[in-house]
Design a protein around this ligand. Structure first.
Ligand code: DO4
Ligand code: MG
Length: 284
């Protein structure tokens, strides 16, 4: 089952269920849910969705999808794939030993990535900071956690990152990672029961510039050095999430040091079991 948020033709944003090429708005109020995040907190989500009245279907390509987030915080894990460890160590002499150690440490790197107003969905623009010169998208399997820190679904995350700022000093990490339009989430949430096993979760990143593909690479979630449950467990230590949370699980794809994103680029991230998240890039 795939759950989304979208703008209806009347301009109002609704939660919806995606089936094939169409989307139907769900009448959340019939189940006493105020938002999609409340539905994601239900004990039996498919049963709750089945019970809700549904409105007329719309063709998916005729509606504007919105990021499937309400009041949740977005967190991210770092250096969970070997490729990320190597890339960080190349980018920063000063922090190389931190990245080296965190890759093998019991405690993962976890950081607050975004609050809802900084997130964009499929077909919306993501941003490069005005003061950054070396930027990349980070394609990440993203866990959808309910308030009990259970993984109820998965979506695609783009952890936009300013490598020059992060590389200059590790204390600048929040500025390299958190700014307006810094996070992509979507196009929707696939419930956990409908996801393929981790080793079949392929992750593909494609970057287009002026109609040409300028970067393309694939990996899969089995390359991750940590488990999804383990990351969720660390996030929930002494930390409560009354509205649930999103947790980006780290990137296994980092373009070479000579590559930087540019305004006008189109970033497509596809993950098996979910779909494709497409965002165009703006700067400043
Ligand atoms: O500390 C750097 C952040 C690393 C990151 O975001 C990732 O590995 O995905
Ligand atoms: Mg990342």
């Amino acid at each position: 089952m795939k759950l989304a948020k979208f703008k209806q033709p009347n301009g109002l944003v609704a939660a919806g269920i995606v089936e094939g090429d169409s989307i139907q708005a769900l009448d959340l109020s019939a189940g006493k849910f105020e938002a999609l995040s409340d539905l994601l907190d239900a004990k039996d989500i498919p049963a709750a969705v089945d019970y809700l009245p549904k409105r007329d279907p719309h063709a998916l390509d005729s509606v504007q999808l919105m990021p499937p987030i309400d009041r949740q915080e977005v967190w991210a894990a770092g250096v969970t794939y070997k490729r990320s460890q190597t890339a960080r160590m190349e980018e920063s002499e000063a922090a190389a030993s931190c990245y080296d150690r965190v890759y093998v440490a019991d405690r993962p790197e976890l950081f607050l990535k975004a609050t809802p107003h900084r997130v964009r969905g499929d077909g919306q623009e993501l941003r490069i900071r005005t003061d950054a010169t070396w930027n990349v998208p980070e394609p990440e399997v993203t866990l959808v956690l309910n308030s009990r820190m259970q993984i109820v679904g998965y979506t695609i995350g783009n952890d936009m990152s300013s490598r020059d700022i992060e590389g200059e000093n590790p204390l600048y990490l929040p500025q390299a990672k958190v700014y307006d339009q810094c996070a992509g989430l979507g196009p929707w949430i696939t419930l956990s029961s409908d996801m393929p096993p981790r080793e079949q979760m392929t992750i593909d990143l494609k970057i287009e510039r002026g109609g040409d593909v300028v970067f393309e690479q694939s990996t899969d979630a089995a390359q991750m050095a940590r488990g999804f449950e383990d990351l969720a467990g660390w996030l929930g230590r002494d930390n409560s999430f009354p509205n649930g949370a999103f947790l980006m699980t780290g990137t296994g794809i980092v373009p070479g040091s000579d590559f930087t994103l540019a305004a006008g680029d189109v970033v497509r991230i596809s993950i098996a079991g979910i779909g494709t998240l497409t965002n165009s890039i703006v700067q400043g």
